[in-house]
Design a protein around this ligand. Structure first.
Ligand SMILES: *Cc1c(COP(=O)(O)O)cnc(C)c1O
Length: 393
């Protein structure tokens, strides 16, 4: 087995992904199928790798943000239903048909454009229950029925989206229940109008965790399926038994000895306040490490914390290894993940950067190699031994 030769890479833990999938299968009603959100490169994890793993776990439905993302999955051999949650330009509809993707009807004006496209496409109708982003208003039952009857559309589903499902505030809970009630009422009207078989879906991660009693055909879970909460402060009704799937790693490239008063980096951003040792790491903001974590952030080397020193550059960054004598060029530095007894979570990253984990992981760059950790490594790791990542074949 060959260790990765990458300068910076993402390692995926398939056992943790499987764990999270079975957690959601346990808490969701029996008839509800998971429709994982694998948009934005599966939240930075790598859409093809993640979709392949999910397919092995029996997942047959996926959602993406764009036609391009759907086509990428089809080209990689992903079968089943792939729903495009967002807008597709009318001139790109041929691709949607050819690759057998399912398009979202974003409102009735868009449905008219779809009529202009001659061919037949499969669609789910987006329903706006109060978020006011995409969807035809849930009050417009006549318009929605018209979309259902449009000859060139095969309408197989309707869906809506919650906007405050992660909040514990009483007024937000009330608003979420109002959204759910509006959607349920619409489903009833559709069924009464003869759309008996239409599939329904509304819940994403926080909807599932906070409103598990809701019962729809699919659940579109994203962030939580990757074992992440949006922030350390997110509220969940069910205590989620989830484990992170992603680790982010880079290499120590150089070790620099600085005398007191010497500086490192652009604009002398770091100045040594005594004799210090810095390690240069082969990862930077061009790979998605936010520049604004420099003050609070650290990496892990040999199971110890190495504080970020000075500014993060586009392709490189500095960390202080004065107290990690054994640090040497070529070795692994953990940016997100575990090393010995230490852990850096994506939630910590998000807190340092003043954002949510969704943004941190979805911005991880295309230069990063993405690989699935092999079983041998997983067991070695469990034994507490040092391991190296392997490229998937
Ligand atoms: C991104 C997205 C999801 C997944 O949301 P998470 O909060 O990550 O689970 C579900 N539905 C829609 C419409 C989305 O845009």
């Amino acid at each position: 087995m060959m260790a990765t030769k990458s300068r910076a890479w993402i390692e995926l833990d398939r056992n943790n992904l499987a764990h999270n999938v079975s957690f959601f299968r346990q808490i969701l009603p029996k008839n509800c199928r998971l429709m994982p959100a694998v948009k934005a490169e599966a939240y930075g994890h790598g859409a093809v790798l993640i979709a392949r793993e999910l397919q092995k776990l029996g997942i047959t439905d996926f959602c993406v943000a764009s036609a391009e993302e759907g086509i990428q999955l089809r080209k990689a051999g992903i079968k089943g239903q792939i729903l495009i949650l967002g807008y597709t330009h009318p001139q790109a509809l041929e691709d949607v048909a050819v690759w057998q993707l399912t398009q979202t009807v974003v409102d009735s004006a868009y449905a008219k454009k779809l009529r202009g496209y001659g061919g037949v496409i499969q669609v789910h109708i987006g329903i706006d229950t109060g978020m006011h982003r995409l969807g035809e208003s849930s009050d417009h039952i006549t318009e929605i029925l018209k979309i259902c009857q449009q000859p060139n559309l095969i309408v197989t589903g309707v869906f809506s989206h919650l906007c405050v499902a992660d909040s514990g505030k009483a007024e937000d809970e009330a608003f979420t229940r109002l959204q759910l009630a509006r959607f349920d009422k619409l489903i009833e009207s559709l069924r009464a109008a003869g759309m008996a078989k239409i599939k329904t879906h509304m819940l994403s991660s926080y909807g599932i965790l906070n409103y598990p009693e809701s019962n729809y055909d699919y659940a579109r879970c994203g962030i939580a399926l990757y074992g992440l909460m949006s922030s350390e402060h997110s509220r969940t009704g069910i205590l989620p038994d989830l484990v992170p799937v992603l680790s982010l790693k880079a290499r120590v490239t150089c070790i620099k000895q600085l005398k007191s008063g010497e500086s490192a980096g652009y604009d002398f951003a770091y100045t040594a306040d005594g004799n210090r040792v810095l390690a240069v790491l082969s990862i930077g903001y061009g790979d998605g490490v936010p520049r604004n974590i420099a003050k609070q952030g650290y990496a892990l080397i040999h199971g110890k914390k190495a504080k970020i020193a000075g500014c993060i550059c586009m392709d490189q960054m500095f960390v202080d290894v004065t107290d990690i004598r054994e640090a040497a060029p070529g070795e692994e530095a953990i940016l997100i993940g575990t090393s010995g007894k230490e852990i850096i979570t994506a939630e910590m990253y998000a807190a340092w950067a003043g954002t949510i984990t969704n943004e941190i992981v979805s911005r991880l760059g295309s230069r990063l190699e993405r690989c699935v950790k092999e079983e041998a490594q997983v067991s070695k790791e469990k034994e507490g031994k040092k391991f190296h990542s392997n490229k998937i074949p």
